[in-house]
Design a protein around this ligand. Structure first.
Ligand code: CTP
Ligand code: MG
Length: 416
């Protein structure tokens, strides 16, 4: 049997990027031989094994043919006579269809029948063959790679193929988990906007995230948004979230914060009165459809509802500031509130001409929260209960003490 390194590890080595995991392909072996060598079988559908020590994936060379629609509709042929070339030609992109082996001389040998190295040098994402059609997840992968390798472009023929796949309804067969997985990974790359550009260009965005796709062409007020177009703004916000190295929940919150601008009544444009609540409603159905994790949804919901108040928090009274913190559940969930503030900063700086602007609201609200947290609520509660106060009355006293503390803090800021 011969073992070759394949897929992302070969690609990333060529790109000079850090290699996270290795995929291996084994030619000329049977499952029985793999088991005899101590490899552990995984998966029901494909002849894939885990190395007994490294736990990396070793797959027997295989060919694949689509037998029906959907995720599992494949006929897999794996046998000791399947060649490396056959295995490589079923893969998605030329840059992912290279193999490497350490030769007896100790030098690394590259097997590159589809000219992946040439495409890497030319910064092109190109499909290997028409077999690309067989798996619609590949459209999401191309979009994700575009976000990760922002100077790469999609080859025109590949974009054409992706358009055809979308037009044939292939995106409908994707299961929510796979869509979310790829979307989440794409959001975490260096330039998330590239993923959305690619998905938009092939028509997949319209199918997967129509709430997002419809934001292009929707105007906003130029005084606040020099870029005017809501879709353009959204892309600036997402790239700002990457620039500020925000975690996934923040990046997803950025994606969803302005969804409600997509269904603003036409007579209100370019104003978007009430878009915050509409955003939260659209977010709810999107999160359900894609099975978005609860923490991402919760952060995004607060950002959608409250981003306007956070932006204007400099004008709020002590009482209004405490109410804002209470609505954000900031006292119980300070970590999440920090994420909400970061998303708001991405929103404010994700505008033409504001990229380098300061966003003092973030540090100020963090300080207001610290002030509120310093109020000794258990002492107030104990005292109130001793005086025979009811539950709601205790709550009111705590609220009043918090407002007083914030008012005091604001006054001290003024004299500092
Ligand atoms: N839908 C898919 C998924 C994977 N592959 C092939 O399987 C390899 C390994 O897949 P995976 O580990 O999922 O992705 P990588 O390309 O290795 O990228 P990374 O692990 O860095 O995300 C890919 O390089 C590609 O050759 C494919 O052709 N089509
Ligand atoms: Mg991999």
């Amino acid at each position: 049997m011969q073992i070759y390194m394949v897929g992302g590890a070969v690609r990333d080595r060529l790109l000079g990027r850090p290699v996270h995991d290795h995929d291996w392909v084994v030619v000329g072996a049977t499952p029985g031989q793999m088991l005899a060598h101590g490899y552990l079988p995984v998966g029901r559908d494909f002849p894939v094994f885990l190395h007994p020590e490294t736990r990396e994936e070793y797959a027997l060379a295989r060919t694949e043919r689509k037998s029906g629609s959907g995720y599992r509709g494949f006929v897999v042929h794996s046998a000791p006579d399947v060649t490396l070339e056959e295995d490589l030609s079923r893969r998605d992109l030329t840059m992912n269809a290279m193999a490497m082996r350490t030769a007896d001389s100790g030098l690394a040998e590259l097997f590159d029948p589809h000219h992946g190295a040439r495409d890497v040098a030319a910064r092109v994402l190109r499909h290997v063959s028409d077999a690309f059609r067989e798996d619609p997840v590949r459209i999401l992968r191309v979009a994700r790679f575009a976000a990760c390798l922002p100077d790469f472009t999609v080859a025109p023929g590949t974009m054409q193929l992706m358009r055809e796949m979308v037009a044939h309804g292939e995106m409908q067969h994707l299961v929510a988990e796979r869509v979310w997985q790829e979307l989440a990974r794409g959001l975490m790359q260096e330039k998330p906007s590239r993923m959305f550009e690619v998905l938009r260009a092939c028509g997949a965005l319209q199918v997967l995230l129509p709430e997002v796709a419809r934001l292009w062409g929707v105007p906003q007020r130029a005084e606040y948004h020099p870029e005017v177009d809501t879709g353009v703004h959204l892309m600036l916000v997402l790239d700002m979230s990457a620039q500020l190295q925000a975690p996934l929940s923040v990046r997803f919150a950025c994606l969803a914060h302005d969804l409600g601008k997509g269904n603003t009544p036409a007579d209100l444009l370019p104003r978007h009165i009430g878009h915050e609540v509409r955003s939260a409603e659209l977010l709810k159905s999107l999160a359900k459809r894609l099975r978005v994790p609860v923490d991402c949804h919760a952060t995004a919901d607060t950002v959608a509802r409250e981003h306007g108040h956070v932006h204007r928090s400099g004008e709020l009274s002590a009482a209004a500031l405490v109410r804002l913190l209470e609505r954000c559940d900031a006292i119980r969930k300070p970590g999440r509130f920090a994420d909400v503030l970061l998303a708001c900063e991405c929103d404010a700086r994700g505008r033409h001409g504001f990229e380098e602007s300061a966003y003092p609201q973030r540090a100020r609200l963090a300080a207001v929260l610290a002030t509120v947290q310093s109020v000794a609520t258990s002492d107030i509660a104990a005292q109130a209960t001793a005086q025979g106060a009811s539950g709601p009355q205790v709550g009111k006293r705590i609220h009043r003490a918090r407002v007083a503390a914030v008012a005091h803090w604001i006054a001290a800021q003024g004299t500092a």
